[in-house]
Design a protein around this ligand. Sequence first.
Ligand SMILES: [Zn+2]
Length: 126
Amino acid sequence: MADQLLDRAARLILAVARDGPDCTWCRRPFTDRVTPTTDHLVPRVKGGPSWLENEVAACRRCNRERGHLSPSDWLAECERRGWHPDADRVARVLTALSAAIATRGGQRRARPYLEGQLRRLRRRAA
Ligand SMILES: [Zn+2]
């Protein structure tokens, strides 16, 4: 629960510590020139909360180019570009988000979107 009280910069540091120091989508390592940004897996416009469980680190380019695409659509676009996005990371974080919502309640708008994404990611993995 404590991470709900952390500011965005602190959560970004935790996301990098949790997932590793590379972009979730293009997998470029973070450097002075490729800097991490906070990417909301369930976009905020879809009701996604600013919780560590809804956030991954992405380079600025990927964050901008993804726009409001869903995680599954953007994973497919990354692969079309010949990248090797971390689909396991995305599935892991979305699963943690689902558990966090079950515990904390609320987030009614994000729930159907999240469940749809988890179904699509499970189908991808199968
Ligand atoms: Zn990237």
